[in-house]
Design a protein around this ligand. Structure first.
Ligand code: AMP
Length: 288
């Protein structure tokens, strides 16, 4: 890892590309952490992991409008750019790329990336077009930064599965590293959206992870998919003020209904609170 005294950031695609070319000319490897900002310990963990295994680290901060549907929280998504640049730099970023929307999307040529069957389940079922927007921005960012390695969090497990499949199927040369979910002490997964929870909702929110952990035990005991999903859904309905969007027990990363022989599983859910939609999951191996 190269030590750099001053923090660097740029809003320009051209400058970002000159930086990566300069690093490559020096023979240095680039680790990349794409984010939507309002950084928390989850993001910082990704940056730390990138720093451990790459010569230099680029972090992007961009609230991507193409992955928000009509009526979703694009406007209300929390933003805090100055503090984010400082936090990312302190965690080990050598450059922070924070473009404006018009820099990333100056024109729309109408071409879309369609993620297909993986995007029809879980979050994709209630957020049509969300993963099209995710793939578009990830492809653009990866083309701009041209990293050796890209770091993604397992909290966004469906996003991770879709991006891994996209990279594999389209021979994207960067390697993907999965980073485990970072949680508050009470188990709530760190999320930029947690600031939009009311005090009461924040008190309820750890029940999500507790219930998923309980669901994993039920799976290990042989309880059926339908009964496990119903248990999670009913518990979250009864014990939180949020509205359950979905609960899914699927194989991971294929996101298919498990058969008797499926061992790599995910139990995932989304809960809509007044101003924040929270997602969480546990990825685990079925024993025996
Ligand atoms: P976001 O800014 O929410 O789009 O997230 C940017 C990256 O950080 C994605 O790869 C997320 O999966 C990852 N991330 C978000 N929250 C967490 C968390 N609590 N633990 C680990 N990674 C996370």
């Amino acid at each position: 890892m190269i030590e750099r005294a001053s923090m660097q950031y740029t809003t320009s695609i051209k400058k970002m590309m000159s930086w990566q070319k300069e690093m490559k000319a020096l023979g240095l490897t680039i680790g990349f952490v794409p984010t939507m900002g309002f950084l928390h310990e989850g993001h910082l963990k990704l940056i730390e992991e990138a720093k451990k295994s790459s010569d230099c680290v680029a972090v992007s901060i961009f609230v991507n409008p193409t992955q928000f549907g009509p009526g979703e929280d694009f406007e209300a998504y929390p933003r805090r750019l100055d503090a984010d640049i400082r936090l990312a730099t302190e965690a080990g970023a050598d450059i922070v790329f924070c473009p404006e929307v018009k820099e990333m999307y100056p024109v729309d040529g109408g071409i879309r990336i369609v993620p297909g069957k993986l995007a029809k389940k879980m979050c994709g079922a209630s957020r049509p077009g969300h993963f099209d927007g995710v793939l578009k921005v990830v492809l653009k960012l990866v083309n701009i930064v041209q990293p050796d390695t890209v770091f993604f969090g397992m909290k966004d497990a469906q996003q991770l599965a879709i991006i891994e499949t996209f990279f594999r199927d389209f021979n994207c040369p960067a390697t993907i590293v999965r980073v485990p979910t970072v949680r508050d002490e009470d188990g709530l997964a760190k999320s930029s959206r947690n600031v939009n929870l009311s005090t009461d909702e924040r008190e309820d929110a750890p029940i999500i992870f507790e219930t998923l952990k309980h669901a994993e035990v039920l799976v290990q005991e042989g309880v059926t998919k339908e009964a496990v999903e119903k248990f999670v859904s009913d518990t979250l309905d009864n014990k939180t003020s949020g509205k359950v969007d979905y609960v899914s027990l699927l194989t991971y990363p294929d996101l298919e209904a498990p058969t008797e022989t499926s061992n790599d599983l995910i139990i995932a859910c989304a809960v809509q609170f007044t101003k924040a939609r929270l997602i969480d999951n546990i990825i685990f191996k079925r024993e025996g």
